[in-house]
Design a protein around this ligand. Structure first.
Ligand SMILES: Nc1nc2c(ncn2[C@@H]2O[C@H](COP(=O)(O)OP(=O)(O)OP(=O)(O)O)[C@@H](O)[C@H]2O)c(=O)[nH]1
Ligand SMILES: [Mg+2]
Length: 451
């Protein structure tokens, strides 16, 4: 990805027909360049920041393209921290194409994916976790994922990381000071106090690491496979949950052949449901393939709804087979059709009727419990949702453990200070205080153009 202070432009709204389209332009000369093709009551170069101006845009051969509204942002008070312009046009791809072509003729180049946000980061408008959160906010599909991404954008994670860094820097600078006074045997910080400091940072790190499975769930959703023998009511349950006749249901065993995938939102958590072919031995080659896919779905599932027919009882052989493919703590044992027969099943986690809806509240509760674990996250808890953050935290934790061992073994302060310094560097990577061009390119390439 190119960087530098050249001027970039891109369509910021979705392509196609709409009420308006917004073209974003950023760079030191953006106002000057746009002014060359804009005619309004005043020159854009003479406007104040945060003002909007009506006018017309012409191409470089002086043909009218469209009437527009132009918003002016003067550095550093813009999203990117540079001089920036937003041009609102009538929502037509042809108009957008023509204006972009005119801008390119003036010397502006098309922006790469995420380049506006990358500039915002490089200019210190956002740290790296906040820049990443911008993409997460855009991609959020549920209440919970949006809240998590918003918290990160508001700096909840950054604050926590900064606090840990500061604590590490203070601790290691006192150790280094002691090293300077080694001959006089002066101690600024007792070994015990250092251990306590390290311990409290490790606790914070552990809390964040533990939040990752929950964070992943709220960001990406959870895969739920509906699995069981034929005719137990898997497709009926899917239809009940979706409130529509999505899958074919029949009393003929082996109705579902292919996997049917649908989304369900329960209290802001996205459950990706996979209705599968009932598992049985069969000579039908299509059904056979379906059964292979059912097992595959179990492998990929975060949660397995293992469906049983309350009338026929628990399929313990199939359960044992599933428990070999996935871990038992992922399986919820469901007994369906309790409207027909209500008997005690000691194996049951939940008893439901896909026909009457009985027992569904408990099923939802079990699904949520399995998805989010037992941790208690409030709306304002910093959580991590990103593998990059997870790995950096783990590496910081390893360095802290090294420093603890060095302390216990009474190694020289230099070793302890070095480990603390490495831990601090790992934390700095999270917020982007230390980072490589490769990491940046990797992060911003996943953004959309114009963001
Ligand atoms: N009484 C009653 N019947 C049910 C219930 N759930 C499903 N059924 C009936 O059971 C039969 C099988 O239901 P399906 O949903 O097709 O079962 P399935 O597990 O998807 O079956 P396959 O796709 O063949 O593996 C149908 O006749 C449904 O109407 C229930 O809760 N109560
Ligand atoms: Mg079915």
């Amino acid at each position: 990805m190119q960087t530098g202070n050249d001027t970039i432009a891109a369509l910021a709204t979705p392509p196609g027909i709409g009420a308006i389209s917004v073209i974003r332009v950023s760079g030191e000369e953006s106002i000057l360049f746009v002014d060359r093709i804009f005619k309004g009551k005043i020159k854009l170069t003479e406007c104040n920041s945060h003002t909007i101006h009506y006018g017309k845009i012409f191409d470089t051969k002086n043909n009218l393209i469209d009437d527009v509204l132009v918003s002016v942002f003067i550095n550093p008070n813009s999203y990117t921290g540079e001089n920036s312009i937003e041009i609102s046009t009538h929502g037509s791809s042809l108009i957008v194409e023509k204006i972009l072509a005119a801008l390119i003729e003036c010397g502006i180049r098309l922006a790469e994916p995420g380049e506006f946000t990358k500039r915002a980061f490089l200019n210190g408008r956002l740290d790296l976790t906040q820049a990443e959160a911008v993409a997460d906010v855009i991609n959020s599909r549920t209440e919970a994922s949006l809240r998590g991404a918003r918290n990160q954008l508001d700096g909840l994670l950054s604050q926590k990381v900064e606090w840990m860094r500061e604590m590490l820097i203070n601790t290691s600078s006192l150790i280094e000071l002691e090293l300077d006074f080694a001959e006089e045997d002066i101690h600024f910080l007792s070994g015990n106090q250092i251990l306590l400091n390290i311990e409290s940072i490790k606790n914070e790190i552990d809390e964040l690491l533990n939040s990752y499975s929950f964070g992943r769930v709220i960001k990406d959703g959870v895969n739920v496979a509906l699995v069981g023998k034929t005719n137990v009511g898997k497709s009926s349950l899917l239809n009940y949950l979706l409130k529509e006749a999505r899958a074919i249901v029949s009393e003929v065993p082996g109705t579902t052949r292919d996997i049917i995938r649908e989304d369900l939102n329960i209290d802001g958590i996205l459950f990706k449901l996979f209705d599968t072919a009932g598992i049985r031995t069969t000579d039908d080659i299509i059904e056979k393939e379906g059964v292979i896919r059912s097992r595959e779905a179990v492998k990929n599932a975060d949660i397995v709804l293992f469906m049983n027919d309350a009338v026929k009882g628990f399929s313990s052989e199939l359960y044992d087979e599933l428990a070999e493919i996935t871990s038992e703590d992922r399986i919820i044992k469901v007994f369906n059709k309790i409207d027909v027969r209500k008997i005690e099943h000691s194996d049951a986690d939940v008893k439901i009727s896909a026909k009457t809806g009985e027992g569904m509240e408990l099923l939802f509760q079990k699904l949520k419990e399995k998805a989010t674990g037992s941790q208690n996250y409030t709306e304002k808890t910093a959580i991590i949702t990103n593998l990059r953050h997870y790995n950096a935290l783990k590496s910081a934790r390893d360095f802290l453990t090294n420093s603890e061992n060095a302390l216990k073994e009474k190694l020289s302060g230099e070793f302890i200070a070095l480990d603390l310094h490495n831990a601090e560097t790992a934390l700095s990577e999270i917020i982007g205080k230390v980072t490589s061009e490769d990491i940046l390119n990797n992060i911003f390439a996943k953004f959309c153009i114009g963001k």
